[in-house]
Design a protein. Structure first.
Length: 161
């Protein structure tokens, strides 16, 4: 396991099931051995999830754990207005040779700033992915992670503060 130092430039690599991996630059904010926090500008195309719109200039502060099956990404617009948290069920992250790797398990959660209208996303992708049939353990961890994230968001636990 390698550790990141605050200010280090890294590459974030999101591995998707049955889709090409996504890579983008980020900067380590902190790394305590379990939690890696990075800041990264939105590098994708503009997109509307129905509950939030991702746009050029948006900034993520992303939380990846080495010991939890999730990632939580705090989203702020280019105008400085906080948009909410985008959460992924994901295998525990790794950081090696300047590359943070997160393996996405195709089940996501959107938490708005007021934490009231929490929305489960991509359940159809999760079902179609075959996780339940091909890796039942990962599928259970994904569902448990989403349940835990929803609970943490509703009570305002870290990182939903």
């Amino acid at each position: 396991m390698s550790a990141g130092t605050s200010g280090d430039a890294i590459t974030v690599r999101l591995v998707k099931h049955r889709k090409p991996a996504v890579q983008y630059p980020g900067v380590v904010v902190r790394d305590d051995g379990d939690l890696i926090v990075i800041e990264a500008p939105w590098s994708g195309d503009a997109g509307d999830l129905g509950v939030v719109r991702f746009e050029a200039g948006d900034v993520f502060v992303e939380h990846y754990w080495r010991n939890r099956w999730c990632a939580v990404k705090r989203r702020t617009g280019a105008d400085g207005i906080f948009k909410g948290w985008y959460c992924d069920a994901a295998r525990p992250a790794t950081l090696k040779d300047g590359v943070l790797t997160s393996i996405d398990l195709d089940l996501d959660l959107w938490v708005p700033p007021d934490r009231k209208q929490i929305v489960l996303l991509d359940e159809d992708e999760f079902e179609a992915s075959g996780w339940a049939d091909n890796d039942a353990g990962a599928a259970r961890w994904a569902r448990a992670a989403i349940d835990e994230l929803e609970h943490d968001a509703r009570v305002g636990a870290f990182p939903f503060v």
